[in-house]
Design a protein around this ligand. Structure first.
Ligand SMILES: [Zn+2]
Ligand SMILES: [Zn+2]
Ligand SMILES: [Zn+2]
Length: 462
């Protein structure tokens, strides 16, 4: 059971190790240096990370973490509130028609009321809050698109593992924990997260499926907003075996989610927009035969120079996979950099094992944001050198088992621009998906060349 410091997990109520500065597992693993001081200005400036803080605090000022539902020290209830983009302390709602079992954010007694997600009490162990109405009020508009009683993160789950099968509850918890981290980051980045309940055709849905005796093997993949994951990927021994067999340096649930959601956002933010031409210039022409590309990859392996051009060997398969792999990388970088900054991790005295990147490595070095993006990438290089040394100190595999090629830096900047410019209000030149006709896709035979095609499992995301 992964436990965070100073607090209790939503699912089990077990007390975690109370040593305040001990490195935690999982959620806490990205916080090798935990400091009560404000983030070190040096690295913070250097990273210029694109999202928001991962350091949350209880009303008693102690640090709390993404999956906590109660402060271990003062027993204040905690929950994830979307408007606050983080875990916040809660107080029972009082007065003003407050319903039973509802909460307000601590210190804001007249503010919005929330109740716990239905999955707080299931093996999913959800600590997210659902907007609730006071007596006599209409249901708040931000419950649109939610399954009744469920938070947004749980509302995008369409199929869960069969809980009558022993062990599946534990797998489901791991899947949902990783998915909540994914969704919280997407929200922080300002990316649209639209459930199937809000958009029955293009909305997001996750199916966590298990292999059945005699049935087809469940493929991990994305199709038209539906992300399928083989639930056995949540079994550490199975996933590690596949990782070793496929010679992948990195294979995690979160990595799968970040890769597959990349396909979803390509459909939404790139394919039907002005970005498609730049995409093709950087990543290649996605109209190339996808099935043939996969087959070539499996039969012949990656091109010999893949490491100079792609973030992973699988990215060399096809432009769609290069996009999804690079997109996942961007999310890895942004979340880890944010977490490091949030906790004041300082990597400025690192002895580098690789050169830093320059403006010449960027796709658009003249972009007004280019300098801070370059700082972000170089800060990442510094940070991962430290994190890898920390891992080696514990005899663990490298924290970041990649070498980022120069060619990937331009692609990452492209993704950064797609992400930042799609936000409402700061994207004057962005053509939104709804504003233009979709490009004709007749070159693609439905079901054979689509990126939505479930991917053969062993080569799925990294
Ligand atoms: Zn507390
Ligand atoms: Zn939930
Ligand atoms: Zn893929």
């Amino acid at each position: 059971m992964n436990q965070d410091n100073n607090s209790v997990n939503a699912s089990s109520g077990e007390q975690a190790d109370a040593q305040p500065a001990a490195p935690g597992e999982a959620e806490g693993a990205t916080t090798p240096v935990l400091s009560a001081e404000p983030a070190a200005p040096t690295l913070a400036a250097e990273l210029a990370a694109p999202t928001v803080s991962r350091a949350y605090r209880c009303q008693c000022e102690r640090p709390v973490f993404l999956r906590n539902s109660e402060c271990l020290a003062c027993h204040t209830p905690l929950g994830y509130v979307i408007e606050r983009l983080g875990v916040v302390p809660l107080a029972p709602a009082e007065g003003g028609g407050a319903q039973p079992d509802t909460f307000t954010v601590f210190g804001d007694p007249h503010g919005k009321t929330y109740r716990r997600c239905v999955n707080f009490l299931t093996p999913a162990g959800c600590n997210w809050m659902v907007p609730a109405a006071r007596e006599g009020e209409q249901l708040p508009p931000d419950t649109h698109g939610l399954a009744p009683g469920y938070c947004l993160a749980c509302s995008v789950t369409r199929t869960i593992p069969d809980l009558s099968v022993e062990g599946n509850g534990e797998l489901w918890l791991k899947l949902e924990t990783a998915k909540r981290r994914l969704i919280s980051q997407l929200l922080a980045l300002g990316l649209p997260v639209v459930s199937r309940h809000a958009d029955a055709v293009h909305g997001l849905a996750f199916d966590f499926l298990s292999n059945t005796p005699g049935g087809p093997h469940v493929m991990t993949g994305h199709q038209d907003g539906v992300i399928t994951l083989n639930a056995e990927e949540a079994e550490d021994a199975v996933r590690e075996r596949i990782r070793a067999e496929m010679r992948e340096p990195y294979r995690t649930l979160l990595g799968h989610f970040r890769h597959e959601i990349g396909h979803y956002y390509w459909d939404l933010l790139v394919q039907p927009t002005q970005w498609i031409d730049d995409f093709r210039a950087l990543f290649g022409d996605e109209r190339a035969d996808y099935a043939a590309a996969l087959q070539t990859h499996y039969e012949q392996g990656p091109p010999p120079d893949w490491a100079d051009r792609f973030v992973s060997s699988y990215a060399s398969t096809h432009p769609w996979e290069d996009w999804a792999e690079t997109w996942a990388h961007y999310l890895h970088m942004a979340d880890t950099a944010d977490t490091a900054m949030s906790f004041g991790v300082d990597a400025t005295n690192v002895e580098l094992t690789s050169d830093l990147f320059t403006l010449d490595d960027l796709w658009q070095p003249d972009d007004p944001d280019a300098g801070s993006f370059l700082d972000f990438v170089n800060g990442w290089v510094l940070l991962t050198n430290v994190l890898n040394e920390l891992s080696r100190s514990m005899g663990q595999p490298d924290y970041y088992p990649f070498v980022m090629p120069r060619a990937a830096v331009g692609k990452l900047q492209f993704i950064h621009r797609v992400v930042t410019q799609q936000r409402p209000g700061d994207a004057p030149s962005m053509v939104m998906a709804a504003d233009i006709e979709p490009e004709p896709t007749q070159e693609q035979e439905p079901g054979s060349e689509s990126p939505a095609q479930p991917e053969p499992q062993p080569q799925a995301s990294s």
